[in-house]
Design a protein. Structure first.
Length: 573
């Protein structure tokens, strides 16, 4: 696996990035294959929540259909009832729609086709191309051979058609326990492709299905079901991730044994993202062990978690467009995803004042009972967003980090005797400091203001080197702010000496700040609304937030690491 080059090419990519699938479809349409039709499908297993890797597949599957005037089906691969839940079914539909795609009337389930699949399996038995095997799972693995050694045939491989039909019928009737029998395709135990060495088609699984109940005691394996589902639905281009490339000969073999429509399977590289795991099994493990706060924990790469954190579908779609569609695996830097998010939020997010680590400022020469309103711009990137009124009074809060009693040479913010600009308001100068006698911590800063600098400019042309944000103490609301970092400490979480990816979990992935001060206008911020806290970053009102108890998740900071990487890469060329 290669690492995506960290230069400026991805950030400045053209609108239509490299996409070999597009080229294949264009060629098919040129030659008249499939009659010019384009039918794709997104086939998730309802055994977990979708993550950012699925977003890439969704954008490809639905995007190609949309681009060529075709249709994309949403089809659940619900062939393993032991791991499937209706909760996952509902979450998948919610996520696909949130990303901006719609399957219309084309919502399907693999379980819809269980009767046809069963009858086709019977046909293969009658044609001498499938048999019931009594070997257990471990024995089947042993008989399968290795990449350098051929497998050996099962002692049950040459049963008669009649015996195989009888056993398969009794498997479905529930006469045998789980694991005692399987139905296998009779292909070639010496085939160089391991997937072609008599693969299992059906196993016994006496588990109620979330849709069909207890109707079935045997369930199809994915390799058997995959192509049949595509064929039944008239899919033309069966797009899947690269790990299924070695399965394509089996996909084709199964379809070729039956007089049915034959789609084209095309594989693309899945998304691999730094500091992220792309395995539903691993994500489920963390959920069950309580290592994260559910599937929608804002640190999770699930679409539910990203939505709760404040990611927008537009940013995710842009990201998927920019990374393109390749045939070779690579690792994409998480910074590119954040870059796409900042680009989108910069255009749409309203700006507000918030102080995360407040220290009190008293303006000694400001009238005691005076409250002014200053004009604040809602979004300088969007003139139509207008402005709002911001209350200003004698006592304010500023960030503790914006003051130093003994500042170093390059610290330009507030310090004793130094003047700074308060955003949209006045110039102030620090004249005194109050401290906690026990800890020595600064508790109150005393300042004076220049009444001639209202709006942040001076009639004599002087300009302080720093502008800081603030909120009026009398009008500020309390809020809880949750700061998020990468969930893992390593770019590749699976790089663990003991093989346990959870050993790389970041203990500092969440920091909760209570007692933050925010401007009163934020009380109107509805759940899921993303705003910019000036100078701090982008924040989203959490699902637990209420007007009386505001909670904000930091979506992403203002510093654009990808832009820095891209600029450095361009300079080094």
């Amino acid at each position: 696996m290669e690492t995506t080059p960290r230069d400026d090419t991805a950030a400045d990519a053209p609108q239509q990035a490299a996409n070999f699938i597009r080229d294949i479809i264009k060629e098919h349409n040129r030659t008249g294959r499939f009659g010019g039709k384009v039918v794709t499908r997104f086939p998730p297993e309802p055994n977990g929540y979708l993550h950012i890797g699925h977003a890439k597949a969704i954008c490809i599957d639905f995007g190609m259909a949309r681009e060529f005037g075709g249709e994309c089906h949403l089809r659940y691969d619900d062939t393993n009832p032991s791991k499937e839940e209706e909760e996952y079914v509902e979450s998948i539909q919610r996520d696909v729609k949130w990303l901006g795609f719609d399957w219309g009337k084309h919502l399907y389930y693999a379980s819809d086709y269980f009767p046809e699949m069963y009858e086709w399996a019977v046909k293969l038995i009658k044609d001498g191309k499938a048999y019931v095997d009594d070997l257990n799972a471990e024995q089947i693995r042993e008989y399968r051979g290795t990449l350098t050694q051929p497998g050996k045939e099962s002692p049950f491989r040459n049963r008669t058609v009649e015996e195989n039909l009888d056993l398969f019928t009794r498997m479905q009737a529930g006469e045998f326990p789980d694991g005692s029998h399987v139905l296998r395709a009779k292909i070639n135990m010496a085939h160089p492709n391991m997937n072609m060495r008599d693969p299992v088609m059906y196993r016994i699984l006496k588990v109620p299905h979330h849709r069909s109940g207890s109707t079935w005691n045997v369930y199809p394996m994915y390799d058997w079901a995959h192509g049949l589902e595509d064929s039944i639905e008239g899919v033309t281009h069966s797009l899947c991730s690269l790990e299924f490339e070695d399965h394509r000969p089996l996909y084709d073999w199964f379809i070729d044994q039956l007089p049915i429509h034959h789609p084209q399977q095309i594989e693309f590289a899945r998304l691999n993202l730094t500091y992220t795991v792309m395995s539903k099994r691993k994500l489920l493990q963390m959920v069950k062990k309580g290592q994260v706060d559910g599937w929608d924990d804002p640190r999770m790469p699930t679409l539910g978690g990203m939505r709760r954190r404040g990611y927008t579908p537009e940013a995710i779609r842009t990201f998927c467009d920019r990374i393109g569609v390749a045939k070779r695996d690579s690792i994409v830097d998480f910074a590119l995803l954040e870059h796409c998010l900042r680009e989108d939020l910069n255009k749409r997010a309203a700006r507000f004042m918030a102080v995360q680590a407040p220290v009190k400022v008293v303006i000694d020469n400001y009238p005691e009972d005076l409250v002014e309103e200053v004009d604040a711009i809602n979004n300088p990137e969007d003139p139509a967003a207008g402005s709002r009124k911001l209350p200003f009074s004698k006592t304010l809060y500023i960030e503790a980090a914006d003051f130093m009693e003994e500042p170093p040479k390059k610290f330009f913010r507030l310090a004793p005797g130094r003047e700074v600009r308060l955003r949209y308001a006045y110039f102030i100068t620090c004249t005194g400091v109050e401290k906690d006698p026990q800890t020595g911590a600064v508790t109150v800063l005393h300042c004076t203001y220049d009444p001639q600098t209202k709006g942040g400019s001076s009639p004599d042309g002087r300009s302080p080197k720093a502008t800081i944000h603030w909120v009026s103490a009398a009008h500020a609301l309390d809020a809880e702010v949750r700061l998020y970092n990468h969930l893992f400490t390593k770019e590749n979480p699976d790089d663990a000496p003991d093989g346990d990816f959870t050993s790389n979990l970041n203990p500092d992935s969440l920091q909760i700040l209570r007692g933050c001060k925010i401007e009163p206008a934020l009380a109107e911020c509805g759940i899921g609304t993303v705003v910019q806290f000036e100078r701090l970053g982008y924040y989203c009102a959490d699902t637990t937030s209420t007007p009386d108890s505001m909670v904000f998740n930091r979506t992403v900071g203002l510093r654009d690491e990808w832009a820095r990487i891209s600029k450095k890469g361009a300079q080094n060329k």
